[in-house]
Ligand binder design. Structure first.
Ligand code: HEM
Length: 379
């Protein structure tokens, strides 16, 4: 997508969509302004869609005041401080996953980074945080994968099939969480216990709203974090000097993660609906217009980032928009950063050499997700 972003950025920061109607935002300042202005740019994408597939919107698809009320229920569980409590457990999970590899010290070993580490890690972590028993993890992963899957092509049959599979997954999850939520015992400090407790004290959510929340927590953080870890190693093997520097100095890991988020953003775009006619950086947007905000293009805007197409682990400042901006800024950002940090540190400590393996990569085909289904590398 990157040459296309470059071409669009050269044409303009805000462009009309000639095929489908609506607008595309590519520029950094313009994207930030739209994300900050939740009054004119609504997240309630499902408000008028008759809504069979999304009967109770989650916070991702809500505007204030409901958004503020619901987000505050779990905010405290996701602060960087609260998330740091999970460090030891995340380290254990990473160790367990990497222990499954046996390496011949002479010849090395080719692993698939995705299935060995990047894919199982986030789902195990979030399932544990929610207090879900280990035996149900596989089921969880399957559901969350379907929920974020994009159509492999834009034919009506494929889209219908995907919609139906999403509907089935959502129904199965609803039943699952309904059972979980109505149980009287929940592991102490689990997200579900926190949600229920805060709810009793304050918000009085319906069971449906609680269930949507659980589904969002599960779906929003899995594929995205998997792709962050995969995209990180893809950058490292593409730019050997960066890897060499990192191997000499592990304290560069956090800034290398930030640069990966900017350079290969796991979520390439998000969208909003215009709530009333507005002039926006010289164009006339109409109420009801659909706006696609290309975070990944904004992250390569040369008016903000020097040499935007260069991968630079020393880049500072690096105020990328990979986690969004404004009131919907990613709730799980501290968790995603911590998981990636521990996973990458551990690999750098355990293995002395990392090499690319020539392979046909299968990109994840979905408008807004940037990642790979598998990533073989030699360690
Ligand atoms: C929102 C990206 C990991 C939970 C968002 C948004 C982005 C994003 C761009 C804003 C969408 C918008 O404004 O429309 C990412 C990336 C991740 C990641 C790139 C990993 C590298 C996670 C994790 C969790 C999570 C691990 C939770 C366990 C959420 C939630 C929201 C959100 C609940 C909605 C927040 C709101 O609407 O107020 N994420 N995310 N994300 N993310 Fe993440």
């Amino acid at each position: 997508p990157f040459p296309w972003y470059r071409k669009q950025l050269e044409k303009g920061a805000v462009l009309a969509d000639d095929s489908y109607g609506g607008w595309h935002i590519f520029g950094y300042t313009e994207a930030q302004t739209a994300l900050r202005n939740h009054t004119h740019f609504s997240s309630e994408r499902f408000r008028n869609s008759g809504n069979m597939t999304n009967p109770r919107p989650s916070i991702l698809n809500l505007d204030p005041p409901r958004h503020t009320q619901l987000r505050s229920l779990v905010n405290t569980a996701f602060t960087p401080k609260a998330i740091r409590h999970w460090s030891t457990r995340i380290q254990e999970i990473v160790d367990e996953l990497l222990n499954s590899i046996s390496i011949n010290n002479e010849t090395g070993e080719t692993i698939d980074l995705v299935s060995t580490l990047a894919y199982p890690l986030p789902v195990i972590v979030i399932a544990e945080m929610m207090g879900i028993p280990a035996k149900d993890r596989e089921k969880f992963k399957r559901w969350s994968d379907v929920l974020v899957e994009g159509p492999s092509s834009l034919t009506p049959e494929i889209i219908m099939d995907l919609m139906q599979r999403k509907q089935v997954a959502r129904e199965e999850m609803r039943h699952y969480f309904y059972d979980v939520l109505t149980k009287s015992q929940h592991p102490e400090h689990s997200l579900i216990a926190i949600l229920l407790e805060a709810n009793l004290e304050r918000e009085k959510l319906t069971a449906e709203e609680l269930i949507s929340f659980c589904i969002l927590l599960l779906a929003a953080g899995n594929e995205t974090t998997t792709n962050l870890i995969t995209n990180f190693w893809r950058c490292m093997l593409q730019y050997p000097q960066a890897l060499e520097d990192l191997q000499h100095d592990h304290s560069l890991v956090p800034s290398a993660i930030e640069e990966t988020l900017r350079y290969y953003s796991p979520v390439q775009a998000t969208s909003r609906i215009v709530t009333e006619d507005i002039e926006f950086y010289g164009v006339e947007m109409k109420s009801g217009d659909h706006v696609t905000i290309w975070l990944a293009a904004a992250n390569r805007d040369s008016s903000i980032f020097t040499n935007p197409d260069t991968f630079d682990i020393y880049r500072s400042p690096n105020h990328h928009l990979a986690f969004g901006h404004g009131i919907h800024f990613c709730l799980g950002a501290p968790l995603a950063r911590l998981e990636a940090e521990i996973a990458i540190h551990t690999m750098l400590q355990r293995f002395s050499s990392f090499q690319a393996v020539p392979a046909e990569w299968e990109p994840i085909i979905s408008g807004f997700v940037f990642g790979l289904y598998s990533y073989p590398m030699k360690i």
